[in-house]
Design a protein around this ligand. Structure first.
Ligand code: FAD
Ligand code: ZN
Length: 472
């Protein structure tokens, strides 16, 4: 922790009250590293404002002294975007105390929430008003709406409801000048010029600080059908996706792909994991359909689609959850797939997207290329097949150290990303660029696109104080 000049310290304490400024090592430590512990930073202080006016005052002060500001939500991001640099010249601005759900308007199908509201609390508030806020991801008990907005989070229901970009109607943002932009509109239609809120969605805190948002709500689903399916390969899985969408009245909410190794690692490391099917298969799908009308016939639709798929050889086996407990077990396994990999050892993660129709080709070619480059590597590609978004993870080989693997594996990332780009894909589907991928975009984005991004950054943040060293 770098000593804070006494005058600044006084100013921050005046704005935030003494408990709004954290400086001692123990209190600040959790804010200075990321969820995966890949990055370790330092900061002048961690500031915890209570409202947008306080954020505005902090930003003005930082602008005056050219101090970099690192916004931080639930700190579950996977690309180091919320971790300050090691130089110790920035402040971390935590939104955790701005966590109120201001209003749920069931009739307007909207919720107005502060940026620090925990995603799960927003889901619960919507449910209490007989509505659905559909964003759902493994970190939902900890991540915040402001973080979700700033990373344009995806998750397990994008196929049906879109990613965060599609779930935001309005924003309140503190700009790098300290001005507060009140764009908290609850409108479905608004064509009065540039759609400014979109600039801040997915900006990873580099253009301003999101302090509140108006979110879209949906009717609450009352019927659900969930299946776990063994499929010989992703190409056939994609045929099944089309069949399920048609059979259910386009009510497929989740369509998640899991390879056998992911299941094995979950069973090995995570208590409560159960293998849902008897005979092993190279690939599995977790499929969920939901409907907002009772007696929508989802189960019958799912059963029929799976029966036809069995006959056509699209799948080898399937089980449909018979109870809420059985459904929970399937989703527990889906989450355990992430935890199982963490507990097995080091892995190199790629969060890629390709056009849905090319996922099968990508997987076949990329896995082959990885094995050719490092025969003992263990690919664990899993994720949101319905969105063309695969978490193309490479697990450390048995018998070499995690560090040695991460060192040698760096070249593999370039191979994976070059292949993704050759298919018209993206090197970050839902996690963002942060500091992890920042250096790579020069290779993958055109000079024109990069120049456009830089001119936006320069226009909004001419002093470069917003989350320095991230994204651009
Ligand atoms: P943080 O990590 O605190 O910050 C993320 C970025 O946003 C940083 O650049 C930060 O500076 C910026 N930021 C945060 N708050 C603000 C604000 N108010 N204003 C401006 N900038 C801000 N992500 C997915 O998309 N889909 C998944 O399925 C998914 N699953 C996950 C599962 C697990 C177990 C974990 C640990 C993570 C997962 N993630 C997933 C990644 C992560 O949860 C998301 O990126 C989430 O949106 C981050 O929210 P956060 O509040 O933790 O943000
Ligand atoms: Zn994901």
């Amino acid at each position: 922790m770098v000593a804070l000049a006494p005058e600044l310290q006084r100013n921050f304490a005046e704005i935030l009250g003494p408990d709004g400024v954290l400086q001692d090592a123990a209190a600040t430590a959790p804010y200075l590293t990321d969820w995966r512990k890949l990055y370790r930073g330092a900061a002048i202080a961690v500031l915890r404002p209570r409202n947008a006016a306080e954020v505005s005052k902090i930003v003005r002060l930082c602008a005056e002294h050219s101090i970099g500001i690192v916004p931080q939500g639930g700190n579950t991001g996977l690309v180091g975007g919320a971790t300050p640099s090691a130089a110790g010249t920035e402040i971390v601005l935590s939104l955790a105390r701005m966590n109120r759900i201001r209003a749920v308007d069931a009739e307007n199908f909207t919720a107005t929430v502060e940026a620090g509201a925990i995603l799960q609390h927003v889901q619960e508030a919507a449910a209490a008003a007989d509505r659905l806020f559909p964003l759902s991801l493994g970190a939902e008990g900890q991540c915040q709406i402001g973080g979700n907005i700033s990373t344009n989070a995806g998750g397990i229901a994008v196929l049906r409801y879109g990613n965060m970009r599609e779930l935001v109607l309005g924003l309140e943002v503190v700009l790098p000048s300290g001005e507060i932009w009140n764009g908290l509109r609850a409108l479905r239609k608004d064509n009065t010029g540039y759609d400014l809120k979109q600039l801040f969605i997915g900006a990873e805190g580099t253009l301003g600080i999101v302090t509140a948002a108006v979110l879209k709500l949906f009717p609450k689903p009352v019927e659900k059908a969930t299946a776990f399916v063994a499929t010989p390969d992703p190409a056939r899985a994609l045929e099944l996706l089309a069949a399920c969408r048609a059979a259910s009245g386009d009510n497929v909410t989740s369509f998640e792909l899991l390879p056998r190794l992911a299941i094995d690692l979950a069973l090995k490391h995570v208590p409560g994991s159960v293998d849902p099917l008897r005979t092993p298969s190279p690939w599995y799908l977790l499929i969920e359909m939901t409907a907002t009308a009772p007696n929508a016939g989802l189960r019958e639709a799912l059963e029929k689609a799976l029966e036809a798929a069995l006959t056509n050889g699209l799948i080898a086996d399937a089980t449909i959850a018979e109870s809420e407990a059985a459904t929970r077990r399937l989703w527990h396994l889906r989450e355990a797939v992430v935890e199982g990999q963490r507990l097995e050892g080091a892995s190199i993660k790629h969060d890629i997207a390709v056009p849905v129709a090319t996922v099968a080709r990508f997987l076949e070619e990329a896995v082959r290329e990885m094995i050719a480059a490092m025969p003992a590597v263990r690919p664990v590609p899993f994720g949101h097949l319905g969105d063309g978004n695969i978490h193309f993870n490479l697990m450390q080989p048995v018998g070499i150290s995690g560090e040695a693997f991460l060192e040698r594996g760096r070249a593999l990332t370039t191979l994976v990303h070059d292949r993704v780009m050759a298919l018209g894909g993206s090197i970050s589907a839902e996690h963002g660029l942060g500091q992890l991928r920042r250096g790579e975009i020069a290779r993958y984005k055109s000079a024109t696109e990069l120049a456009l991004m830089r001119s936006l950054k320069a226009a909004l943040d001419p002093r470069g104080i917003m989350n320095p060293g991230k994204v651009v």
